[in-house]
Design a binder for this molecule. Structure first.
Ligand code: FUC
Length: 483
């Protein structure tokens, strides 16, 4: 039955951000009231609504959620109700991992399977390379060629999607998925990059290094000799996507015991990419040269891919680059479309600045949300709904392969709350409760036996997780025995 089908997914996760004092007020009025007063429980509702929309829009056997999810009501919808792949399609699925809705990604994986066929044809014709390519847009017909304008030439969609598939492996540990679904997509994406990188010629800043060319930083332009330019080589986002792709492929091929020669080539090539750079204003440079942006406040922040959803930049591991990323966000400003604000919530969460993340969320709810709670670009575009819901989870829980951080970016506006059922990398399900801004208890359940490093505020402890048994911790991260 439909209700049971929905509840089986929806009820895996709960979130309360303090008492819902405004529960009796209609949602459209609560959204309107956000302009003058904060409403933490509305943020919790927005999170639940994001999960509800994803469950409704994207199920096995169907199509992936497009720019309008499946709620397009027009024959000439904005941007053709397509799936834009330089942020929007990916953002639609960020919530699927942390929000424990992995099944909603099956249509995305089916799409990626199809795109490997059409993308191999496009690649042969346009680049005479192996593997597959996806430019900045696709649709029901699995288009992979450049479309729309110069920005449509951005040829990195396959790398981003392949990285996202690897991330599902990191969350789930599902070897069958890695072997049959993710690995072929990753391998084809690696081949494209290996076949199309070129050596930067003498006289350029990184002569002898391997660079992408042509390249484009979605969707900004810059001034070169007083003229506005878009195309470039080795845009920062390319370098970040490739670095992550090659690292992931190296690990995946080792795990599966395959393609040793290709792995060696990827590992060697990774070392020959130009480094990320900090520009004159202290910002993470968007391009290979410290060009002046044509739109300093452009809604895209492509060069912060490595901060989120990527993980190569973090305050703990790469503090200098994290500081540069922060400067980039300050220079970019807090404006933007709905989806841009959603991305910025996640960026600030990764920078461990809960109050700034919360400020962005408030702006999204007050300025970029329609009365029925749909995100607005404007016009209505659903990526912001999914992206912001994922970003709320990122404020409460962050994880990488070996560590889990509880309440990494808790804003002062949410002193009390409880979340249950969030997912962390390493196959762990996490519950967290807090009061007065402090952790009071947590519960972790692993899908296999391993030890994780659990962190909250200044504390960090190693917690052995047995398989199929929940470990409870108190506010000091001490294991609590269950009577
Ligand atoms: C990209 C964005 C736009 C819009 C469109 C669907 O081109 O730059 O803001 O989200 O996709």
């Amino acid at each position: 039955d439909q209700r049971g089908d929905h509840q089986a997914l929806f009820r895996r996760v709960t979130l309360a951000l303090g008492p819902d004092r405004n529960a009796h007020i209609p949602t459209d009025m609560r959204i309107a009231a956000m302009k003058s007063a904060d409403d933490p429980a509305l943020a919790a509702l927005y999170f639940h609504y994001g999960r509800y929309l994803l469950i409704a829009a994207s199920r096995p056997g169907g199509q992936p959620a497009n720019l309008q999810g499946l709620w397009n009501d027009s024959l000439t919808p904005p941007w053709g109700a397509k799936m834009t792949t330089n942020i929007n399609l990916q953002m639609n699925y960020w919530l699927a991992e942390s929000g424990d809705l992995w099944e909603t990604q099956v249509p995305l994986w089916d799409l990626i399977g199809d795109l490997q066929e059409s993308g191999a044809r496009t690649e042969k014709i346009h680049y005479n390379a192996r593997g597959w390519v996806l430019h900045h847009n696709t649709d029901l017909w699995r288009a992979t060629t450049p479309v729309d304008g110069a920005w449509g030439m951005w040829p990195m969609g396959q790398a981003w999607l392949a990285n996202q598939m690897w991330d599902h492996y990191r969350f789930s540990g599902d070897r069958v998925f890695l072997d049959s679904c993710a690995y072929p997509a990753m391998k084809g994406a690696v081949r494209f990059v290996l076949d199309t990188l070129v050596q930067a010629p003498a006289g350029t800043r990184f002569a002898g290094r391997l660079v992408t060319n042509p390249s484009f930083s979605p969707e900004n332009s810059y001034f070169l000799n007083g003229k506005r330019s878009q195309l470039t080589y080795a845009a920062t986002m390319d370098l970040e996507l490739i670095d992550e792709l090659f690292a992931a492929f190296g690990e995946a091929s080792r795990l599966l015991g395959r393609d040793a020669a290709l792995r060696a080539e990827a590992v060697a090539t990774r070392k020959r990419l130009p480094p990320l750079q900090v520009g004159a204003r202290g910002q993470l440079q968007e391009w290979i040269e410290d060009y002046r942006e044509a739109e300093p406040e452009n809604r895209h922040v492509s060069h912060l891919y490595a901060l989120y959803p990527g993980q190569a930049i973090s305050p703990r591991v790469t503090p200098k680059l994290a500081a540069a990323a922060r400067r980039t966000l300050e220079l970019r400003g807090d404006g933007g479309t709905g989806w841009s604000k959603a991305w910025k919530i996640a960026f600030w969460a990764r920078l461990l600045d809960g109050d700034h993340a919360h400020k962005m969320l408030q702006s999204l709810l007050a300025e970029s949300t329609l009365p029925n709670m749909f995100d607005t670009h404007p016009p209505f575009q659903i990526d912001g709904n999914f992206g912001a819901a994922a970003a709320i989870a990122e404020m409460l829980l962050q994880s990488d392969d070996n560590s889990i951080t509880l309440l990494p970016a808790l804003p002062s506006a949410w002193p009390d709350g409880r979340v249950t059922g969030l997912r962390a990398r390493g196959g762990v399900t996490v519950d967290i409760a807090w009061r007065g801004g402090q952790l009071t208890e947590a519960a972790l359940a692993g899908n296999r036996a391993h030890t994780v490093s659990v962190q909250n505020a200044a504390r960090r402890v190693a917690i052995p997780l047995p398989s199929a048994r929940t470990v409870r911790l108190d506010g000091q991260l001490r294991p609590v025995s269950i009577p």
